[in-house]
Design a binder for this molecule. Structure first.
Ligand code: KG4
Ligand code: ZN
Length: 340
């Protein structure tokens, strides 16, 4: 049974990336992403433009994913799609396509929660790597979400802490916008931060007793610091970009780590993981690795390809659900808010 081919097509269209992937069980055969450049001119994702770009991209991306995987669509066993959370218009494009494709091929349709998929991205290629052992704690950090999740089993998850305002990725993006860096801001800040001094500026940090997060105070603190310095020197940002970026990045990573370390202490797990777009950040990856090593934990850092939005993580959840016969009918509608 274990060596039997099970081909799953995954489709991800929750935000500004149109992605399609083909997996054979958990193993990636192709994983394509059409990133929508159109939003960078606006400093953030414009929902209506995102829907239209998804519509243009989806057929060529799926077609290419099948070609790269070297299979015919008739060989697929199921189609998995992101049902939510995300932008409703964008989700609708992926859902409509997935429904039609599954119906045409007479194969099961499988809905996937985007946040569960970020966590379960650690099980992509799990035949050739060691995935996390249950129970584990996962810090999911993306553009829309920041949460610490206790993962007892594939579909038995409990959020033990989450942001009460902005997400970590959003904070990177907003800080980048203040410095007129391109969207998405995380990668741009990460690159410049490598050249700067993380101690150059200090920003305010929240003090939250449980495992929740808040980034709005930090955001305001960055804004006021820049504003005050700009009053004295209009070239302040230009002259100090690497130091500002390094200090912003350090503040975000410190905030993320403080609550995550507390949660690990409380839940006494042996395995820890990070996921989501911000888990591509070098400073965060280093901090989690260092902490895990110090505590003798098994640390799971995702390959870069599975950090930001991708369809491989959707397809792997599709495979896990396929095994349990967890199928979706044609009446499925998208949802914008959090479900797990
Ligand atoms: O998971 P993701 O692709 O989409 C959502 O589900 O939101 O995450 C996107 C977020 C953006 O805010 C982006 O700035 C951030 O991930 N990001 C990074 C890095 N790469 C992407 N943040 C910090 N460092 C990076 N290298
Ligand atoms: Zn995401």
């Amino acid at each position: 049974m274990n060596n039997q081919n099970i081909f799953i097509l995954g489709i991800e269209s929750s935000c500004d990336d149109t992605s399609a992937a083909v997996l054979n069980r958990t193993q990636v055969m192709s994983n394509l992403i059409a990133s929508q450049k159109i939003h960078s001119a606006f400093g953030g994702v414009v929902p209506e433009l995102a829907s239209r770009a998804h519509q243009q991209n989806i057929i060529p991306v799926v077609d290419q994913a099948l070609k790269e995987a070297g299979i015919q669509k008739e060989q697929l066993n199921a189609v998995a799609f992101t049902r939510g959370p995300g932008l409703l218009g964008s989700l609708l494009v992926g859902i409509s396509f997935a429904k039609a494709f599954a119906m045409g091929l007479h194969i099961p349709l499988i809905e996937v929660d985007h946040l569960q998929a970020h966590i379960l991205s650690h099980f992509v290629n799990s035949e050739t790597k060691t995935p996390p052992q249950f129970p584990f704690l996962c810090l999911t950090v993306s553009g829309g979400h920041t949460q610490i999740v206790l993962v007892r089993d594939y579909f038995d998850m409990e959020i033990v802490g989450q942001t009460i305002d902005d997400a970590a990725g959003e904070t990177f993006d907003k800080a980048a916008k203040m410095m007129e860096l391109p969207y998405p801001g995380g990668p741009a800040i990460g690159k410049l931060a490598a050249l700067g001094n993380p101690e150059a500026f200090t920003f305010s940090k929240p003090n939250i007793p449980n495992f929740d997060y808040s980034f709005s105070g930090l955001k305001t603190s960055i804004l006021y610091t820049l504003r005050d310095h700009l009053k004295e020197d209009s070239d302040f940002i230009e002259k100090n970009k690497p130091d500002i970026c390094a200090s912003v990045q350090k503040s975000i990573v410190d905030i993320l780590m403080k609550q995550f370390m507390k949660a690990v202490q409380k839940y006494r797990v042996q395995d820890i993981a990070i996921s989501g777009g911000v888990s591509a950040n070098g400073a965060l990856r280093d901090a989690v690795q260092t902490f895990g090593q110090k505590k003798g934990l098994n640390v799971h850092i995702p390959p870069f390809a599975f950090t930001t939005d991708n369809a491989a993580m959707i397809a792997v959840v599709g495979y896990l659900k396929f095994q349990k016969n967890l199928f979706t009918d044609q009446s499925a509608k998208p949802y914008s808010g959090q479900k797990i």
